[in-house]
Design a protein around this ligand. Structure first.
Ligand code: HAX
Length: 444
């Protein structure tokens, strides 16, 4: 029997299709952007060529999930009984459908994910076969990829007869199966790598976030941190490396396992998700050089300049789209103010916030001197005892999986095409530059 969530999604997809069909059939030639040489060479920055309705990133306001700001989202979602944070399961219902779920609808997802959460033994065997100094992101991505044989999408496609209009269905099943398994896999990687391979079995009474904290072996209120963290890191519209990669790979009708594993590989880069690990490393380095004392503002300013003068970036600062402090940073800062106000690393993070934007502005390169999500996240993990900072991007990856998987389900629902932008040669660019711009591109 189809779950209520799947039925709702089916209705939503069917109701939405005419809008996409009208745009692609009748209005396809309407120009919504132009591309210049800087954008072609410079990472397609700001080029409007992706469509998603799951989240939107305004440069000054930050992310909105399905039209809601972060505080509005947290306020609206059903809370875990006795806790301050919402159910992550309810948030996923919201991302996928655009509707804030009732408690009943939320519980349905809790039970659905629980029923899908058993991880095949061969995944642990694959992970155990890897050298113990393998980066946890490599292990996480490999575990997801290893499970590709479970893909219902690949199976149905391979059997033949899977119609384009039905493709979202097995994609949804794969997404749900994957999401249910990510927390036990991530916690197993953590326990294998850093806790002598002592895995903690799931507790069937707990929700997704609570169970993750339990399987990590970290006491409350880490469950609350997990819930908050997964929601905050879930989605950041479609152009970021992890979201775009997942979408791109899935556009070839590769299944969710292939696509998510690829997206995680992008998240593992230091300019993207790995920045949260880099931030902690940078902060620890500052503290170490000062024998674990907090720096003065002058000392901190010097550390920041030393980093920039060595040709490195200040991790956790700057953004490709945002032009103000990331509201995901603000949400974590508010949590920390309430729960760990006297923590020295938290104080240092606040001090960096006072000094770094001025230094970066003086340095004059970055378009955005303000902090992004990664400037804060590691410090909260550290406080609760998760101090193995090379694990932090895995936490990001669990959250990000919700956004990218919701997106590829909708991609198939709306029949988005295989992605294939056009490339040109440097010689062409030089020639067009000499001609004063490409005539065709300018409509000449
Ligand atoms: N420190 C030093 N220099 C920086 C900088 C920073 N934090 N942020 C940007 N710059 C530099 C860029 O390296 C670039 O220099 P070059 O011209 O020499 O190449 C210049 O400023 C212009 O860059 P930009 O247009 O402002 O930024 P981009 O869109 O090119 O890059 C990045 C955006 C997030 C990659 C960039 O700001 C950065 O490297 N930040 C540090 C790493 C980081 O925090 N990454 C996480 C971002 C959020 C995220 O995706 N999380 O997963």
């Amino acid at each position: 029997m189809e779950t209520a969530l799947k039925q709702k999604l089916r209705q939503k997809i069917e109701a939405f299709r005419p809008r996409t069909q009208k745009l692609t059939k009748e209005l396809a030639n309407l120009v919504i952007d132009k591309v210049n040489i800087g954008q072609a060479i410079g990472g397609a920055r700001d080029v409007r060529c992706l469509v998603t309705d799951i989240s939107y990133l305004d440069p000054l306001e930050g992310i909105r999930f399905r039209g809601k700001t972060i505080p509005e989202t947290f306020a609206a979602l059903p809370k875990v009984p006795g806790k301050e944070q919402p159910f992550v399961e309810g948030f996923f219902h919201f991302l996928l459908t655009g509707d804030i779920p009732t408690m009943r609808e939320t519980q349905d997802v809790v039970e659905d994910w629980r029923s899908r959460s058993a991880v095949p033994q061969y995944v642990f065997d694959v992970l155990r076969a890897m050298p113990r100094d393998t980066h946890p992101m490599t292990m996480f991505s490999a575990a997801v990829l290893a499970m590709q044989r479970e893909s219902l999408f690949a199976k149905r496609y391979g059997e033949g007869g899977l119609k384009k209009a039905d493709m979202w269905d097995p994609m949804y099943e794969d997404a749900m199966n994957l999401l249910a398994k990510l927390p036990p896999i991530a916690a197993a990687i953590y326990r294998m790598k850093y806790k002598g391979d002592t895995l903690i079995p799931a507790d069937a009474k707990l929700d997704w976030g609570g169970n993750f904290a339990h399987m990590m072996g970290v006491a409350a209120p880490y469950d609350e941190v997990a819930r908050m963290y997964f929601i905050l890191h879930s989605d950041h519209e479609s152009g970021n490396v992890s979201a775009h990669t997942t979408h791109l790979v899935a556009s070839a009708l590769s299944d969710a396992y292939y696509a998510l594993s690829a997206g995680l590989n992008g998240l593992a880069g230091p300019l993207h998700g790995l920045a949260n690990q880099e931030v902690l490393g940078w902060i620890q380095n500052v503290m170490k050089k000062l024998n674990n004392k907090l720096p003065t503002k002058e000392e901190l300013e010097k550390f920041l300049w030393d980093t920039l003068n060595a040709g490195q970036v200040i991790p956790g600062y700057g953004h490709a789209v945002l032009r103000k402090t990331d509201p995901r940073y603000v949400a974590q800062n508010e949590y920390a103010k309430k729960h760990l106000p006297n923590d020295p690393l938290f104080q240092l993070v606040n001090m960096i916030y006072e000094v770094a934007p001025g230094v970066l502005t003086k340095h004059g390169k970055t378009k955005n001197p303000w902090p992004n999500v990664d400037a804060h996240s590691g410090v909260i993990q550290w406080y609760y005892g998760v101090r193995e900072w090379d694990f932090y991007t895995v936490l990001f990856g669990i959250g990000r999986a919700m956004g990218v998987l919701a997106n590829i389900v909708w991609d198939r629902g709306l029949g988005y095409a295989i992605e294939r932008p056009k490339s040109v040669t440097t010689e062409m660019l030089e020639k067009w530059a000499q001609e004063g711009g490409r005539k065709e591109a300018l409509g000449g």
